[in-house]
Design a protein around this ligand. Structure first.
Ligand code: ADP
Ligand code: C5P
Length: 208
């Protein structure tokens, strides 16, 4: 197997990163592509109480275990399988089980801060930033966090104003400058998805 190609997809919360990454993955043969979400590499907080976990700043680079993520990405790029952690958003910590993932020709790494860490950027062959206006992102986030992450509207708004917004401006927005491609609006940008699917297919064909 040739060295796999790593594609990084960053962008603010609710920008549509996960949707873009899943749409690309869905359109590529599953034996050729693997999707890794940086969310799964939030630090383990099982030693903390729930009250302490709620106070963590999840939008700061220090919240992520990028050391483990780097080890795993290097293993995948070397053709080795990994035991990926699984994150539980309702509990704010890692699950006790892991997910065994085999390496594939194309690996997508998706997450708010994947372009912030120079070590991650240096491993990437293609860097993408999904760019969606903040008013659209907060609306998407409110709906998603209540429906899928067990949150109240008050908690989402308080977290957004207190932490998510300032951290976005300090750490996420500036990483747009590292992107090779900027995708507006995220998950329903069919032109961007078609172009990326064609690119990934070209990469896979060139590796056979
Ligand atoms: P992120 O991973 O950047 O936080 P998601 O892909 O999870 O964003 O999208 C957040 C929410 O917005 C999801 O409910 C998703 O279905 C929705 N969404 C994503 N892209 C679009 C789009 N272009 N138009 C409308 N809704 C979208
Ligand atoms: O999927 P998305 O990119 O929105 O995920 C990142 C967001 O998840 C961050 O903005 C962070 O505030 C939020 N988060 C959370 N609770 C956690 C971990 C992350 O609200 N336990």
């Amino acid at each position: 197997m040739k060295r796999p190609v790593l594609i990084g997809i960053a962008g603010g919360t609710g920008s549509g990163k996960t949707s873009v990454a899943r749409e690309i993955t869905r359109n590529i043969s599953p034996e050729n592509i693997l999707l890794i979400e940086q969310d799964n590499y939030y630090k383990d907080q099982s030693q903390l109480t729930m009250a302490q976990r709620v106070l963590t700043n999840y939008d700061h680079p220090n919240a992520f275990d990028n050391d483990l993520l780097l080890v795993h990405l290097n293993q995948l790029l070397d053709g080795q399988a990994i035991e990926k952690p699984i994150y539980n958003f309702a509990e704010h910590t890692r699950a006790t089980i892991t997910d065994r993932l085999e390496p594939k020709q194309v690996i997508i790494l998706e997450g708010i801060l994947v372009l912030e860490d120079e070590r991650l950027r240096n491993l990437m062959d293609i860097k993408i930033f999904v760019d969606t206006d903040a008013d659209v992102r907060i609306i998407r986030r409110v709906l998603r966090d209540i429906k899928e992450r067990g949150r109240s509207i008050e908690s989402v708004v308080e977290q957004y104003m207190g932490v998510v917004r300032p951290m976005h401006m300090q750490f996420i927005e500036p990483t747009k400058k590292y992107a090779d491609l900027i995708i507006p609006e995220g998950g329903k940008n069919q032109v961007a998805i078609d172009v990326l699917v064609a690119k990934v297919n070209e990469i896979v064909t060139s590796m056979i």
